[in-house]
Design a binder for this molecule. Sequence first.
Ligand code: G4P
Length: 189
Amino acid sequence: MELLKQKILDCGRALDEHVLLVDSFLNNQVDVKLMQEVGREFARRFADAGITRIVTIESSGIAPAAMAALEMDLPLVILKKSKSSILKDGILQTEVFSFTKNAPYMLTLKPQFVNPGDKVLLIDDFLANGEAALGASSLLERAGAQVAGIGIVIAKTFQPGLKKLQEAGYRVEILAPVKRMAENLIEFE
Ligand code: G4P
């Protein structure tokens, strides 16, 4: 998606080979017009997939996922992150390890917001190691849904997440695949 790639080049900043700062339009401040185009692009790419529900992970996945849900006229469900397991009936949880933050968290789904048989499009802002997307997919499958697609705004394709998701059989669409970074250098696939 050229508009997004140009925004990353104009407003993003590679801190080093591993971390891309996009806080001015995706993580802290949100460019909602750009997110609207992102939502349209996801809708276009997954138009043939029979999606019945959009799911995302708080917090930075919410803006692009909400725009896709609006565009596709579908409900949006948010998976929450909590520090510890919540001992509560009727919720599904799985532990996810964040390599970026070097800490685990519990990803939480309230299954009443997903129907068995739903064809879910999972949307997230970043794909790095893929742990968040794999954890989210396992929760959705435990709730009886099918993960019919995974839509990622920015993927660092030199990190293992994309390969892991593809090897697990998921259809992954990436709007801005970053193949290499260095201080002040960003290269797309
Ligand atoms: P994974 O989700 O692919 O397994 O990767 P990882 O655990 O390493 O990512 C943890 C968090 O860091 C995620 O967001 C992810 O979006 C973010 N992240 C990973 N690499 C980058 C990067 O290069 N730049 C930026 N800006 N973020 C990155 P989060 O911290 O859990 O939270 P939130 O912003 O969605 O609240």
